[in-house]
Design a protein around this ligand. Structure first.
Ligand code: UFG
Length: 331
């Protein structure tokens, strides 16, 4: 039997895709999720699953021992930037306190290896593009701050207790599993591509575009979109990496290419064949103007190279899921 790993937040968007890839590659993932934002239906029925919050440290510790876990993948976090600005307590309590509880449960169970979901949000408004991993980190919202705090805690746990960890700083994850059977389903949905496809295309509603006076080529924010299957692949590579490297480190995961909100709208029209109505509204709090990754370090150390690099193929993949499941997991 393959290696036994714990996937915290395995019912969420990124966690559920990594869980599927782990199974495909012969691993034995055990999923925990508190289902505040995840979906039970996103976890394969064959996969051991526990509804559990990270802050239940004793239960977690027992589970880690019982299931003979060797490595932990940690996706369990709140991830809405503007909500984090309005309600920082929620973000620090879940994202930071929850992680500390997990780390202590791991310590009690003698597990020392973790792959952590970090974010481009740690960089804030970057001083240079593309952003290298050693770029200064100045988050501009509590969500980014919570991810950076966990990265620091992981480095301290490495120094003090010999914990090994890889923090993966995702840029903008998008797309769906190749068969279109699982995909993005946040409630409320705030992410651009699902909103364009669900509201703009399927419901024929007008899409609000948050700001048109950013210092970018067309005035709308630029992001580096990265397909979920490429992100998932990086987690498998990080797992291999940790088997041979006693480190606490971090890598960017992006395509090294930026697209503006208007470019995403145009590409979505092209992929779906539907006209999308939009209107410019005020900027959204906590949004940086431009985020583009430098991902050479992930290539050098993990051997990771994204395969789905065009915006059209990423949108087509998301479209497959939304078209087949207009109600998401609720159906
Ligand atoms: N946008 C709109 N209209 C919408 C929704 C989004 O104009 O209805 C714009 C946003 O203002 C932003 C861009 O589309 O400029 C992308 O927004 P998303 O919400 O899809 O993604 P973000 O860039 O805000 O968020 C992503 C990740 C976060 C991460 C953040 C880093 O989802 O987890 O990047 O800043 F923290």
């Amino acid at each position: 039997m393959g290696k036994r790993v714990l996937v915290c937040g395995g019912a969420g968007y990124i966690g559920s895709h990594v869980t599927r890839l782990l199974i495909e590659r012969g691993y034995y993932p055990v999923v925990i999720d508190n289902l505040t934002t995840g979906h039970r239906a996103a976890v394969p029925i064959s996969c051991p699953y526990y509804q559990l919050d990270l802050r239940c440290q004793e239960l977690l510790s027992t589970l880690l021992k019982q299931e003979k876990i060797s490595t932990v993948f940690h996706f369990a976090a709140y991830s809405l930037v503007s909500e984090s600005v309005r309600n920082p307590y929620k973000y620090y309590a879940n994202n930071v306190q929850g992680t500390l509880s997990l780390l202590e449960a791991m310590r009690q169970s003698g597990i020392q290896s973790l792959i952590f979901s970090s974010s481009a949000a740690v960089y804030g408004n970057p001083g240079m593009l593309p952003i290298p991993e050693d770029h200064p980190t100045h988050p501009i919202n509590p969500y980014g701050e919570s991810k950076l705090l966990v990265e620091r805690i992981l480095r301290d746990y490495h120094t003090a207790y010999g914990f090994r960890s890889v923090a993966l700083r995702y840029f903008n994850a998008c797309g769906a599993w190749s068969d279109g059977e699982i995909g993005e389903d946040h409630r409320p949905e705030t992410h651009l591509i699902p909103l364009i496809l669900k509201r703009g295309v399927l419901a024929g509603e007008t899409l609000p575009i948050f700001g048109h006076d950013y210092p970018t080529h067309d005035g709308t924010p630029v992001r580096d979109y990265i397909h979920i299957s490429d992100l998932a692949e990086a987690h498998i590579l990080a797992l291999h990496y940790l088997e041979h490297h006693h480190v606490a480190t971090h890598f960017n995961l992006g395509n090294e290419r930026g697209y503006s909100v208007l470019q995403v709208v145009q590409a979505s029209q092209h992929v779906t064949g539907h006209q999308i109505k939009y209107e410019f509204v005020d900027r959204r709090q906590g949004d940086p103007a431009e985020l583009i990754a430098q991902s050479a370090t992930a290539l050098l150390h993990l051997g990771w190279k994204p395969e789905k690099s065009t915006l059209e193929e990423m949108i087509a993949s998301a479209w497959e899921w939304h078209r087949k499941h207009p109600e998401g997991f609720r159906a």
